[in-house]
Design a protein around this ligand. Structure first.
Ligand code: NAD
Length: 294
């Protein structure tokens, strides 16, 4: 069984990018620059943004964190986005989700310049991705593709079963894995809360991508021996032995499933670090497009 170690792999990719940034700055370019807009004080959002900023520092990017209170108006957010769109010294930016209820997330995402949309959420980027045109791929699916590629997991002709159809994970990874090329050329089944006979469908999978947000949902006896398991879920499970009273678990019962799988991502340390890395790779791509036209 191969442990698909996203933490280790993201460190390897970080070293490669740091080296590239070094060469770019030595050649007289400014470093790539990512900004993040964080609204309110949701602890999970704060921690996700913190990880993104930390990784920017590690690879030699410039980063800017813009923090605004929960009660900021939608109009003010749109103004900030316009400023970021027009900032020539900025390659890409993200608006950390979720947003407060009084702010329409769709409206905000639509206001982002698609050229700076390094989260890959703008409809223009989603459309380009669907058509197989150059685009910023959404971070989590892109992180999964990098993981499959770097570990040399075969995808061509394989049956890939995706659990969950969210706009940020399930739907885009289904599109990406069914596209022509590698990693892709898979036969993809996208399942969701209304799917019937889910367990039997998963039993036919060579690759399982679990992104439904239910703790340890996928069980050992659903898994074809040797299958590759990508666990996207991040869920809290009560654990009195931990100081904070819980531990993080995925959407897959790791203990059982790892006994039959051929390869599996751990939680934490699998897809999570690759998601942050994908954002960095997209920002580097944005920098190259705007500064060096490569
Ligand atoms: P979501 O919460 O928006 O939606 C869940 C999806 O699961 C829905 O499409 C629903 O139809 C589907 N679903 C619910 N019950 C199901 C069932 N019984 N069988 C099949 N499908 C079912 O999804 P999301 O935002 O993609 O998040 C999913 C999980 O992934 C969460 O735990 C989230 O925290 C985690 N996540 C992790 C990362 C990362 O970087 N590792 C990134 C994004 C999300």
């Amino acid at each position: 069984m191969t442990l698909l170690n996203g933490k280790e792999l993201s460190q390897t990719i970080a070293s490669e990018i740091a080296e590239e940034v070094n060469q770019l700055t030595e050649a007289g370019h400014r470093p790539p620059h990512l900004a993040a807009l964080l609204i309110g004080d949701n602890p999970a959002s704060r921690s996700y943004v913190g990880n993104k900023i930390k990784l920017c520092e590690k690879v030699g990017f410039r980063s800017t964190l813009i923090q605004k209170p929960e009660d900021i108006s939608e109009l003010e957010v749109l103004d900030i986005i316009q400023d970021l769109n027009n900032d020539d010294e900025l390659d890409g930016f993200i608006v950390q989700l979720p947003l407060p209820r009084h702010i329409d997330a769709d409206k905000i995402l639509l206001a982002i310049d698609p050229q700076k949309d390094v989260d890959g959420f703008h409809p223009q980027n989603i459309g380009r991705m669907t058509l197989g045109l150059p685009c910023y791929k959404p971070a989590t699916p892109y992180g999964i593709l990098m993981l499959l590629e770097r570990y040399g997991i075969e995808t061509s002709g394989k049956h890939c079963v995706v659990l969950g159809r969210s706009h940020i994970v399930g739907t885009p990874i289904s599109i990406l894995l069914s596209r022509r090329g590698y990693p892709g050329d898979a036969t993809v089944t996208l399942t969701h809360s209304k799917t019937k006979g889910l367990e039997d469908i998963v039993r036919t999978a060579d690759i399982v991508i679990a992104a439904l947000g239910i703790s340890e949902f996928v069980k050992k006896d659903w898994i074809k021996p040797g299958a590759c398991i990508i666990d996207v879920g991040i869920n809290k499970k009560d654990d009195p032995s931990k100081k904070r009273g819980y531990r993080l678990v995925g959407d897959v019962d790791f203990e059982g499933v790892s006994q039959v799988a051929g390869a599996i991502t751990p939680v934490p340390g699998g897809v999570g670090p690759m998601t942050v890395m994908a954002l960095i790779v997209n920002t580097l791509q944005a920098f190259k497009i705007s500064k060096t036209n490569t």
